[in-house]
Design a protein around this ligand. Structure first.
Ligand SMILES: C[S@@+](CC[C@H](N)C(=O)[O-])C[C@H]1O[C@@H](n2cnc3c(N)ncnc32)[C@H](O)[C@@H]1O
Length: 325
């Protein structure tokens, strides 16, 4: 299981890139890019080397933490999964490749693709700081056309990409990514109702094409959450000084909310329920909202059931848990 913090080599490489660069300029560019995102824009706002660095300092810690959490959930659902090849679609500064490299020591080949030349340059510079990335290819192209010519990979990841495309493009991207998936596809989006809706739609489309859900859902049925509820998770990460400066933030931590799905070609045999919100630990019982293989449930684990209560007290939002039958 990988921790939420950026690997030391990546932190050091980002710090080294900051040397001689105006912190104020980086913070101003990070703020402008994040305003663009809030106003519904995309990473087209990232054009220069400073933009790419500002984006990486402001967002890589959080997206790394989110991707790491999803890969941890995948490993828990499929402990024997040991991918050798990775395809990181919409790779940007290479965040998902760093997380996958840490989560899966078995990975030997990393293929990245992204339309943004400034982010590609930064990603390659950062990856040079680590021996982990011996065999790296980074294709600076539009994802759907590049996927047609890409080799299939054991693990395909698209982190915070799908929301940058229009509706029709999303469907063809989903199909193209699945076509290149040898074993497992992981798609991560912001943990907003809109991000969740994109995950649900891609999930349904690819289940119809033969995919099975490894995480977070313990079933391949339609999502049982009634609107306006939405399935999302949260990971807390510490902020470094450079991260705080880039974001103009004082708090020493941030909570990244994300929605995701991990889809595999092999059916999952043993499926654990998923904790959908932070459980309430009361004196009489632990009360938890769960997605179970049979659908949505609000489970109460009474204190009188001492062993089960002791276990349930440690349940956390996002955990895969096995209830007593
Ligand atoms: C929000 S960033 C996420 C980057 C990275 N995956 C991460 O999690 O840090 C979205 C990335 O998708 C890329 N992108 C958006 N539309 C694309 C497309 N049609 N083809 C290739 N890349 C695209 C952008 O250039 C950008 O790098």
């Amino acid at each position: 299981m990988i921790p939420p913090d950026l690997p030391a080599e990546l932190k050091a490489a980002l710090d080294a890139k900051l040397e001689g660069v105006s912190r104020n300029e980086v913070a101003a560019r990070a703020a402008a890019i994040s305003r663009t995102y809030r106003d519904g824009g995309t990473s087209l706002a990232i054009r220069s080397a400073t933009d790419a660095l500002a984006y990486a300092l402001a967002r890589m810690p959080a997206t790394y933490a989110a991707v790491g959490a999803c890969l941890n959930a995948l490993s828990e659902a499929r402990p024997a999964f040991a991918p050798q090849t990775l395809l990181d679609v919409g790779a940007g500064p290479g965040t998902a490749s760093w997380a996958a490299g840490a989560a899966f020591p078995s990975l030997t080949s990393f293929a990245l693709l992204d339309a943004n030349a400034a982010l590609r340059t930064l990603a390659l510079e950062l990856q040079r700081a680590s021996r982990r990335f011996g065999d790296v290819k980074y294709d600076a192209s539009e994802a759907r056309s590049a996927l047609n010519g890409a080799e299939a990979a054991d693990l395909v990841v698209a982190s915070y990409l799908v929301g940058e495309l229009g509706d029709a493009e999303r469907e063809s991207l989903a199909d193209a990514m699945w076509a290149r998936t040898g074993d497992t596809l992981v798609v991560i989006e912001p943990g907003t109702p809109a991000g969740y809706a994109r995950i649900v739609s891609l999930r349904g489309r690819l289940i119809a094409a033969g995919a099975h859900v490894a995480a977070p859902c313990p079933h391949d049925a339609a999502c049982p959450l009634p609107s306006p509820d939405w399935c999302h998770f949260s990971r807390r990460l510490a902020r470094s000084r450079a991260h705080k400066q880039a974001k103009g933030a004082d708090l020493p931590f941030e909570d990244e909310r994300f929605s995701y799905v991990a889809l595999t070609r092999a059916p999952i045999t043993l499926r654990a329920s998923r904790v959908l919100a932070q459980p309430l630990v009361g004196k009489a019982a632990v009360s938890a909202k769960l997605c179970t293989p049979a659908g949505l449930a609000v489970t109460k684990v009474p204190r009188r059931d001492r062993a089960a209560y002791a276990t349930a007290r440690h349940w956390r939002w996002g955990d895969a848990v096995r209830e007593k039958s």
